[in-house]
Design a protein around this ligand. Structure first.
Ligand code: 5GP
Length: 177
């Protein structure tokens, strides 16, 4: 397969502006709640590290690892936790930070699994949303950008563990050689 970055969807400046806005909104909404920010590895790491630096409030950060994609651009539909969080969720205001909501299966699983641990609240902040691909209805409380059905890379998002370091978000095109 030949991989080409077909187009730039969001520039460095557009991303920075939107992430700052999200951080400001979250800081207002969670000001008194000492939230636990749960970062979904690996794709959300870049987004989350920028986002929390726009949240000058009391908070904790932990990381959870899920797996549903191999080196493919299609979801397997199977979600599993490959690295669990270490902080107790009981009575906490939990904010899940996700890079992109596609079918919604990952977040549906995380909401169900983390919900069993009796947090005071459980909300989702996603940088990108692909509503046309949804297979499971999940409430996405905070969204950076809604996009059409593209496979996107950059700003933490990968294809076969590549392209995460790109500072912009682009559309990846795969062609037979
Ligand atoms: P879902 O379970 O909602 O189908 O997919 C969630 C995960 O699939 C995301 O966290 C992300 O890792 C991966 N994913 C979905 N769409 C894309 C995409 O367009 N680009 C990349 N790089 N990953 C995606």
């Amino acid at each position: 397969m030949r991989e080409t970055i077909e187009q730039q969807l969001f520039s460095v400046d557009e991303i920075a502006q939107r992430v700052q806005e999200l951080g400001q909104q979250l800081s207002l909404d969670y000001a008194q709640l000492d939230p636990l920010v749960v970062v979904v590895l690996k794709g959300s790491a870049v987004f989350a590290s920028d986002l929390i630096r726009h949240m000058p409030i009391s908070l904790q950060v932990d990381y959870i690892g899920t797996s549903s994609y191999g080196d493919d651009t299609q979801s397997s539909g199977q979600v599993r936790i490959v690295k669990d969080i270490e902080v107790n969720l009981l009575g906490r205001h939990v904010l899940i930070v996700e890079d992109i909501v596609d079918t919604g299966l990952t977040l549906q699983y995380l909401l169900a699994t983390l919900g069993l641990r009796e947090p005071a609240s459980l909300k989702i902040c996603a940088l990108l949303d692909k509503p046309s691909r949804r297979r499971a209805e999940v409430p996405v409380d905070y969204v950076g950008f809604s996009i059409d059905d593209h496979f996107v890379i950059g700003y933490g998002l990968d294809y076969a563990s590549r392209y995460r370091q790109l500072p912009f978000i682009g559309v990846l095109k795969l062609e037979e050689e």
